[in-house]
Ligand binder design. Structure first.
Ligand SMILES: [Zn+2]
Length: 436
């Protein structure tokens, strides 16, 4: 039976390729959230023809939702012949800006050397196309299956997912009993099961000073020099400490198995970008944005606490040091148990199709799994898709056609084992998540 299913997928290579090209042709750039409606409707129309019920849900009043740029999500569901579990394939339809350096039209779906090129080819319209073909093939080959298959195309993943998966998860679209298992075809590659992601804390720190004439800086107080003192404390103390912290999470690439901190931006003093010369002033404000990625072993209050401690030390030891700290974003780490049903079903597919054991990995950055776990309280969720992570957001982004086909086979087999052979799933302890 499993062999029959992969052979059916094999016969649909051309369809899979042209579906990927069709999806790439929608310039769903976010921000601002271009072409969401036509892309969602394209998916909905296709699946409606194949017997899915189709629902469009607008992320009303989510960040960026306007009549010009409505946040349109599509959720499609196919009911099998009888009751049973539901497997849901969730893909985001938004892509990031094009950027410079392309040698092909980023929305033409150009095919060259066995690859399909385009913005979103890898992240993640190739994965979306593979999941659609996988689901359609299973329905055609085994129309008798029990349970349900869902496919969603959701918006705004690249900007936090508030109008997309978070909006839907708050309304029960990613919870039992509606959904039991979720696969997110993000580009983690065809031989890897991605169990989750590290945590994120973004903050903005502003130091304050006092403005004065630049020729007599001793009359003022430089906010930039105060920030300099904070930055050197980061260099001297925090960066070495972070580099020494290692996680049990199998994060890829291995460099991300430590805690990391990026300084996203730094600005002090007058605005830049004016024509003409600046005027001589001591800066009375300096701001930085910190992007801290943390490990499942690190509690968020400790992550925040160590920044506060540096700032408080400076306040006590450095004359006139004043600061303000603002939280911008926090996401806790998530990691599904590798013995969970969906992870094992995908690993079984990888074994069949690629004749190798799946690697279990964790993503360095976050994706929509956080909302499914935290808001939907559904823990049987992983990421699995054909693209290569290194190609995401790059010029000349591509997805390999052979990778597309292999991953569609793996997804079809995973769905088959979750829906049609649940007895083959060994009994497992309910330990399918971590950390809160
Ligand atoms: Zn993505």
């Amino acid at each position: 039976m499993r062999r029959e299913l992969t052979q059916c997928v094999e016969r649909k290579v051309d369809e899979l390729v042209s579906l990927t090209q069709d999806l790439i042709a929608f310039p769903t750039i976010n921000p601002p959230g271009e072409a969401y409606r036509p892309c969602a409707e394209f998916i909905g129309r296709r699946l409606k023809k194949r017997g899915f019920s189709v629902e469009y849900i607008r992320g009303e009043s989510a960040p960026g939702d306007t009549d010009r740029y409505p946040r349109i999500n599509v959720v499609c569901r196919y009911e099998g012949r009888g009751p049973g579990p539901c497997i849901h394939f969730n893909s985001h339809i938004d892509v990031v800006e094009v950027g410079y350096g392309w040698s092909v039209d980023p929305f033409a779906g150009v095919i060259k050397d066995g690859k399909i090129f385009g913005r979103g080819a890898c992240d993640m319209k190739g994965g979306l196309a593979a999941s659609i073909i996988a689901a359609e093939t299973l329905i055609e080959c085994f129309p008798e299956f029990c349970g349900a298959i869902e496919i969603s195309g959701t918006v705004d993943e690249e900007s936090g997912g508030l109008g997309g998966v978070a909006y839907l998860a708050k309304r029960g679209y990613f919870s039992k009993p509606k959904v039991d298992h979720v696969i997110i075809p993000e580009p983690l590659h065809k031989d890897q099961v991605c169990l989750g992601h590290r945590g994120v804390w973004w903050s903005e720190i502003e130091t304050r000073g006092s403005i004065a004439h630049g020729s007599m800086p001793f009359l003022g107080d430089s906010a930039i020099r105060h920030m300099g003192a904070f930055l050197s404390a980061l260099e001297d103390d925090l960066y070495p400490a972070l580099g020494n912290r290692h996680t049990q999470m199998p994060v890829i690439p291995p460099g991300a198995r430590s805690s990391t901190l990026n300084i996203n931006s730094l600005h002090g003093g007058q605005d830049e970008g004016h024509d003409g010369l600046p005027s001589p002033c001591v800066a009375d404000s300096c701001r930085i944005i910190l992007d801290r990625r943390f490990l499942i072993e690190e509690p968020l209050d400790k992550v925040k606490g160590e920044i506060v401690e540096i700032l408080e030390n400076l306040r006590k030891t450095r004359p006139n040091f004043k600061y303000e700290l603002k939280d911008l974003l926090e996401v806790l780490p998530v990691m599904t148990d590798k013995n969970s049903p969906v992870a094992q079903a995908v690993a079984g597919g990888i074994r069949d199709v690629l004749q190798k054991d799946a690697a279990y990995v964790v993503s360095p950055g976050t994706y929509d799994q956080k909302h499914i776990t935290r808001l939907g309280h559904l823990h049987d969720c992983i990421a699995y898709g054909p693209g290569k992570l290194e190609m995401a957001h790059r010029p000349d982004e591509f997805v390999g056609i052979e990778d597309l086909v292999d991953s569609a086979k793996v997804m079809a087999l995973a769905a088959y084992s979750l829906l049609c052979e649940p007895e083959a799933q060994p009994l497992r302890k309910q330990s399918d998540h971590v950390h809160s």
